[in-house]
Design a protein around this ligand. Structure first.
Ligand SMILES: [Zn+2]
Length: 333
């Protein structure tokens, strides 16, 4: 698959093709997911009888990739809540009328203005104002893996919300291309590191959710980590984040246990410098934010709460919306 995508996109690039809508027919949603996992940000996705595409659709909504789905009315394996084009019959379209109707329906989707396709690596750095990194991937080490909610899912959703709420007008680079569970953790970490190093002059924020030692379970705090050789920009950025999170009941953590203090250095309440792969010294401000302690019972129940957003057509966590708003206030001020 990797080689197949490379060959196809190299051909498209060489021929100056700017918009690419990936239209899969009976190939299964896995093929589309694989494409996104490899880091190809396509202009649009059309999924035709690809199996249950709910997660693919939710991903596309969050990443603002136009999505169109096509199904046969009797293709029960693929029964779903909302489909953009339903035709009579089962798996295959077999009548000329249905083909006609399909092309009429899909034409406005294909002819509307779409973004240029690309990969995180292919994007020129002059086109980036801000780097937003959603911490972790599906199977990578997770502070709270014992819980049902994965840290990687929370960070991915939070990054999408921050992007939508206050960065949509900026040229933003999201370091993670796919839904957490589709990604290869090692490859993704390497890619994220490479982007941060290459875009040395662009402000960067990495999002995380922390776990606390058992003894502190009842406390719900936040921490901002800056590079070991932090400069005043890093600290200023961290300070704003902690101030806004404190306002929504996530005050800055005072200290860490002694064994941790050997690898981190406390600068002020809630702000620590730390030696981490993603916190190499950079020219622009860099902060790794642990936005909440989700092993805190109260916080966990807040984070567990999801509501169906009719307009957006997806599930959203109100608590993440609140955290996203706090982060946006910090970014504005
Ligand atoms: Zn983390």
């Amino acid at each position: 698959m990797k080689e197949f995508f490379q060959a196809v996109f190299q051909f498209l690039r060489e021929n100056g093709v700017k918009t690419v809508a990936s239209w899969s027919v009976s190939a299964g949603v896995q093929m589309q997911k694989q494409l996104l996992r490899e880091g190809y940000r396509v202009s649009g996705i059309i999924d035709q009888v690809g199996g249950l595409s709910t997660s693919l659709k939710q991903y596309c909504i969050r990443q603002r990739i136009p999505f169109f789905s096509i199904r046969g009315i009797h293709d029960l394996d693929h029964a779903e809540d909302s489909v953009n084009f339903l035709y009579r019959g089962g798996h295959d379209i077999s009548t000329p009328e249905d083909f006609d109707a399909l092309f009429k329906k899909v034409a406005p989707f294909l002819t509307k203005k779409m973004k240029t396709w690309g990969t995180p690596e292919s994007r020129p750095l002059k086109d980036i104002d801000f780097i937003l990194d959603a911490g972790h991937t599906g199977s990578s080490l997770d502070a709270n893996a014992f819980r049902n909610i994965k840290e990687s899912d929370l960070t991915f959703e939070l990054a999408s919300l921050v992007n939508k709420e206050c960065l949509s007008k900026k040229k933003i680079l999201l370091t993670r291309s796919g839904q957490p569970s589709w990604e290869d953790p090692l490859e993704t970490l390497k890619r994220r590191q490479a982007i941060l190093t290459k875009a040395d002059r662009v402000r960067a924020l990495s999002l995380h959710f922390n776990a606390s030692p058992r003894i502190e379970r009842s406390k719900n705090l936040s921490s901002a980590f800056v590079p070991w050789e932090a400069n005043s920009q890093d600290i200023d950025f961290a300070r704003k984040l902690i101030r806004e999170l404190t306002a929504i009941n996530l005050p800055g953590k005072e200290s860490y246990p002694e064994f941790t203090e050997q690898i981190i250095n406390k600068l002020e309440p809630g702000i620590f410098s730390r030696k981490l792969a993603l916190l190499k010294k950079r020219s622009a401000a860099t902060v790794l934010l642990e936005s909440a302690y989700y092993d805190d019972e109260q916080e966990y129940s807040r984070l567990s709460n999801r509501q169906w957003m009719v307009e957006e057509g997806l599930w959203q966590r109100p608590r993440l919306k609140q955290i996203a708003t706090a982060i946006c206030s910090a970014l504005k001020n």
